[in-house]
Write a protein that binds this ligand. Structure first.
Ligand SMILES: Nc1ncnc2c1ncn2[C@@H]1O[C@H](COP(=O)(O)OS(=O)(=O)O)[C@@H](OP(=O)(O)O)[C@H]1O
Ligand SMILES: Nc1ncnc2c1ncn2[C@@H]1O[C@H](COP(=O)(O)OP(=O)(O)O)[C@@H](O)[C@H]1O
Length: 201
């Protein structure tokens, strides 16, 4: 490769994240939602992506539907499996970030060590932690997938909030309690936080 450089100067260097961000006219960032099942992570992620898309900004959502059903379909909910789940998600996120894409992850990611590992893989400066702090009582009242009822009956083991721990983030960039905030209010708060970072002047 090196000896061809004078013939093909275009091979001088590999295209970098900045080249891709310039192409897309945006800065990429990682928006990392954490919170209990049913707290609103996916709902907010989808609404946020729509608002950014409307503004001409390219995003990628990673959530249980496209990760746990595919690349991570060999993982369950033991502590070790959750660590591996989040590790792979962080590595995949990094690829999207390096492609200039605004990356939005919606996973329980139940403790500080797991979220810290994700932030280390992705890079602390790119990592915006958003805590969807909807109380357990409200998540359980919603019981979107009927899993809390099953967990209470002991039919699902290691269920976060019931039989497995959830550790609140110490210093999230933003906290959204969807028992108090409407979806629109949550998205507006996110836009206020994110837009100044991702829009190219
Ligand atoms: N034992 C147990 N504990 C928690 N959650 C469970 C469990 N079993 C299945 N589910 C469903 O899986 C979704 C959570 O997956 P995550 O990948 O976000 O979890 S983690 O970050 O690895 O802790 C979560 O979906 P969300 O509601 O989207 O959060 C649950 O529906
Ligand atoms: N203000 C709100 N913000 C977000 N979701 C809400 C709100 N009020 C009610 N919900 C409902 O709560 C549920 C949250 O589910 P989901 O987004 O799948 O949560 P998670 O991804 O955290 O498991 C959805 O059914 C959603 O319609």
């Amino acid at each position: 490769m090196e000896e061809n450089n004078h013939i093909y100067p275009i091979f001088d260097r590999m295209l970098m994240r900045k080249d891709k961000e310039d192409l897309l006219k945006q800065h990429s960032v990682m928006v990392w939602f954490t919170g209990l099942s049913g707290s609103g992570k996916s709902t907010i992620a989808i609404a946020l992506e729509r608002e950014l898309h409307k503004r001409g900004l390219l995003c990628r959502i990673l959530d249980g539907d496209n990760i746990r059903s595919g690349i991570n379909n060999n993982l369950g909910f033991t502590e070790a499996d959750r660590v591996e789940n989040i590790r792979r998600i962080a590595e995949v996120s990094k690829l999207f970030l390096d492609t200039g894409v605004i990356t939005i992850a919606a996973f329980i990611s139940p403790n500080n060590d797991i979220r810290e590992m994700a932030a280390d893989i992705i890079g602390q400066d790119d990592f915006l932690e958003v805590y969807v702090s909807t109380p357990l009582e409200e998540c359980e009242r919603r019981d979107v997938k009927g899993l809390y009822a099953k967990a209470r009956k002991g039919e699902i083991k290691n269920f976060t909030g019931i039989s497995a721990p959830f550790e609140e983030p110490a210093h999230p960039a933003l906290t959204l309690d969807t028992s108090v905030l409407s979806l629109e209010e949550s998205v507006n708060k996110l836009l206020e936080l994110i837009l100044p970072r991702i829009q190219k002047k």
